[in-house]
Design a binder for this molecule. Structure first.
Ligand SMILES: Nc1ncnc2c1ncn2[C@@H]1O[C@H](COP(=O)(O)OP(=O)(O)OP(=O)(O)O)[C@@H](O)[C@H]1O
Ligand SMILES: [Mg+2]
Length: 232
């Protein structure tokens, strides 16, 4: 089966001599749930941006769903991203002043779905993250955990095969963080491949695979057997 993500010798250098990624090799298969851990500045977000095709590597190859992203035009790349990848960020990135349904419906803007259907699917996605009682609430009327669940609903409304989350629980208290992780686990159980950056060791250890970054390199990659992953 074609891996969802395949990085070969991927490096990212910024002008001024910062090597954010150095020769990274990583294969992620369909259905995996992976934690990316490592100290601040170790390259985790850069890795996620390169995987998500938001950023191109300076050298090496990145394949998403088997496509070598360097060979795709900007419009094909945007199409791949819209159809295939959902993003979740630490600070939610919701539009202020627009309600939950509108924010989630935006996740389908580039998929060519008519407005009425976008809103219907947004309501379904909000129900999946258990927010069917908050359709009309605008971001400032939601708790942090609820905002993040809206962001997850926006990421999943297009039924992406891959969800990339950069510290989705970083701005949340433990209880809200647990609900967010539960939602991501359910999404994974339904078949979505998920990569989650986290600083929280407890969260990382509860996930079936952990990739550790340091100074732009992957220095460890470990898997927990299924029964270990299922521990509370
Ligand atoms: N646009 C940029 N220009 C120059 N250097 C950058 C840029 N973006 C990131 N860097 C540098 O690349 C390195 C890796 O950054 P990255 O954001 O990937 O780290 P991180 O592991 O996500 O850290 P954190 O846990 O603090 O979010 C850092 O040294 C950072 O300063
Ligand atoms: Mg980061």
């Amino acid at each position: 089966m074609t891996p969802v993500i395949e990085l070969r010798d991927a490096s990212k250098a910024y002008p001024g001599g910062v090597h954010a990624l150095r020769g990274v090799n990583l294969t992620v298969d369909a259905g995996e749930l992976l934690a990316v851990v490592g100290p601040s500045g170790s390259g985790k977000s850069t890795l996620l941006h390169v995987i998500g095709t938001l950023d191109r590597p300076t050298s090496g190859t990145v394949r998403v769903a088997g496509y070598d992203v360097a060979t795709l035009s900007d419009s094909r790349l945007a199409a791949l991203r819209a159809r295939y990848i959902g993003f979740v960020f630490q600070h939610f990135h919701l539009s202020a002043g627009r309600d939950a349904v509108a924010n989630v419906a935006d996740g389908l803007l580039y998929a060519g779905v008519p407005l009425r259907e976008r809103r219907a699917r947004a309501r379904e996605a909000l129900a999946r993250v258990r927010l069917d009682h908050r359709f009309e609430h605008r971001p400032h009327e939601l708790s942090g955990g609820e905002k993040q669940r809206v962001a997850i609903a926006r990421a999943l409304v297009g039924e992406p095969r891959l969800v990339l989350a950069d510290e989705p629980t970083g701005a949340l208290d433990t209880a809200s963080g647990e609900v967010v992780m539960e939602v991501l686990r359910e999404l994974n159980a339904a078949g979505t491949t998920i990569c989650v950056i986290t600083h929280d060791n407890e969260i990382a250890h509860a996930l079936p695979r952990r990739v550790r970054c340091r100074d732009g390199e992957i220095v460890a990659d470990s898997r927990t057997p299924a029964e270990g992953a299922a521990r509370p």
